[in-house]
Design a protein around this ligand. Structure first.
Ligand code: RTP
Length: 150
C-alpha cells in the first residue's frame, strides 16, 4: 500500500448520459485522491475487448461491449493511499442492488448491466488498464494540499 498507488476509474456511457461525471469526480476529490489523468473517449469495440479480455466467454460479454461502445466514457487515473481497494469500495458492489447506500452504485444505479462506473480490481490490473487507456502517460504535479492529507 502506497500513497502513490494508482487506480483506473471510468464513468461508463450511462453515467456520462445521466450527467453523473461531476458527482463521481467530486467524490474522489473530496475523499483526498489526486487526479493524475482524465479523458472523454468514445471507445471502439476492439479497445473495449482488450479492457475486458478477462471476461471473454461470459454470456454477458457481447452485451457488455455493446453497452460500453454505445457512447463516450470518461477515463480517469486517481492516486492516493490504497487507491485500488478504496476506489472499489466507493463504487460499491458490481450489482447495484447489492451496493450499500453511500456508494456510487448504491446511490445512483439499479441494474448490473447499467452500473455507471468501473474501477480496477487489483494493483496489477490497474497498471494494465492505465497503460491501455493512457498510452501517452499520466501527469506529474504537486497539489498544494497534499501535505494536509498525508
Ligand atoms: P467493472 O469491471 O465494470 O468495474 O465491474 P466489476 O469488476 O465489478 O465486475 P466484472 O465481473 O468485472 O464485470 C464487468 C462488468 O460487466 C457487467 N456485468 N454484467 N449481466 C451480468 O450478469 C453482468 N455481470 C457483469 C457489469 O457492467 C460489470 O461492471
Amino acid at each position: 500500500m502506497s500513497i502513490k498507488e494508482q487506480t483506473y476509474i471510468m464513468v461508463k456511457p450511462d453515467g456520462v448520459q445521466r450527467g453523473l461525471v461531476g458527482e463521481i469526480i467530486a467524490r474522489f476529490e473530496k475523499r483526498g485522491f489526486k487526479l493524475v489523468a482524465m479523458k472523454l473517449v468514445h471507445a471502439t469495440p476492439e479497445h473495449l475487448e482488450k479492457h475486458y479480455a478477462d471476461l471473454k466467454g461470459k454470456p454477458f460479454f457481447p452485451g457488455l461491449i455493446k453497452y460500453m461502445a454505445s457512447g463516450p466514457v470518461v477515463g480517469m487515473v486517481w492516486e492516493g493511499l490504497d487507491a485500488v481497494k478504496t476506489g472499489r469500495a466507493m463504487l460499491g458492489a458490481t450489482n447495484p442492488l447489492a451496493s450499500s447506500p453511500g456508494t456510487i452504485r448504491g446511490d445512483y444505479a439499479l441494474a448490473v448491466g447499467r452500473n455507471i462506473c468501473h474501477g480496477s480490481d487489483a494493483v496489477e490490473s490497474a497498471k494494465k488498464e492505465i497503460a491501455l487507456w493512457f498510452p501517452e502517460g499520466i501527469i506529474q504535479y504537486t497539489n498544494t494540499n497534499e501535505g494536509w492529507i498525508f
